[in-house]
Design a protein around this ligand. Structure first.
Ligand code: FMN
Length: 206
């Protein structure tokens, strides 16, 4: 059974452009997005992308732009980070996986400790306990020992740690190219076809 529902969470680490681009690519790919974000993510999205979000009155068309309205009405569900009654808080709600992009060290620490203090950490724990794909995209530098240990713990529990570490071998010429490098790696992890950049070793025209 192909499950087209994907959970995307954004938390308060730098890297909001990665999360927003990921949402757009998944919507274009025909996925149904279940989106949640933390109050700190709201701050970072405003700082880095200039988009204001009201967590209690989220307006997808305002966030993504009118162009997306027809798609958003059928394939986008917003979940408040406090709403433990949401479907994605339960293992019985089937999904094709979850991505936390960007993921703060705080949220990663909570997941590594098995803490479910909001819908994001609860949904992450659900994905781990159900042995479903959980991709964590941390952004912090440098890292101290606890950060590194938390990454190991999450990996041992079944998560994929995919740091927001763009490569430069594809010779990016814009910030969008750099963002797409990371988003392409995420799409590969959750099995979403994309054409974001040429793959290494791929011949011209393929
Ligand atoms: C502009 C801005 C950038 C931040 N960047 C990072 C970051 O890159 N990594 C990180 O772990 N925390 C970062 N923080 C701090 C987190 O937002 C903070 O630890 C917060 O408590 C995380 O909460 P959350 O995980 O619930 O979103 C940043 C905060 C702000 C305001």
């Amino acid at each position: 059974m192909a499950i087209e529902d994907i959970v995307i969470a954004m938390t308060g680490a730098s890297g909001a452009p990665y999360g927003i681009r990921l949402l757009e690519v998944l919507l274009q790919a025909g996925k149904h997005i279940h989106f949640t974000l933390s109050p700190s993510a709201v701050e970072v999205v405003a700082t880095e992308c200039g988009r204001k979000i009201d967590l209690d009155k989220f307006n997808p068309s305002k966030f993504f732009g009118q162009f997306w309205t027809p798609i958003l009405s059928s394939r986008f569900t917003f979940h408040n980070y406090r709403d433990f009654k949401s479907g994605i808080a339960s293992g019985s709600f089937l999904t094709g996986g979850m991505v936390i992009c960007p993921c703060s060290m705080g949220t990663m620490g909570a997941i590594a400790s098995g803490i479910s203090d909001n819908l994001i950490t609860r949904a992450a724990n659900v994905h781990l306990k159900e042995r479903r794909k959980l991709v964590i995209v941390p952004r912090e530098t440098p890292l101290h020992l606890v950060h590194l240990r938390n990454m190991i713990t999450c990996t041992e529990a079944g998560a994929v740690i995919l740091p927001a570490m763009p490569g430069f071998y594809h010779k990016p010429t814009s910030v969008s190219d750099v963002v797409d490098f990371v988003v392409a790696r995420i799409c590969d992890q959750i099995g979403v076809d994309h054409n974001l950049q040429k793959r290494w070793g791929q011949k011209e025209g393929n």
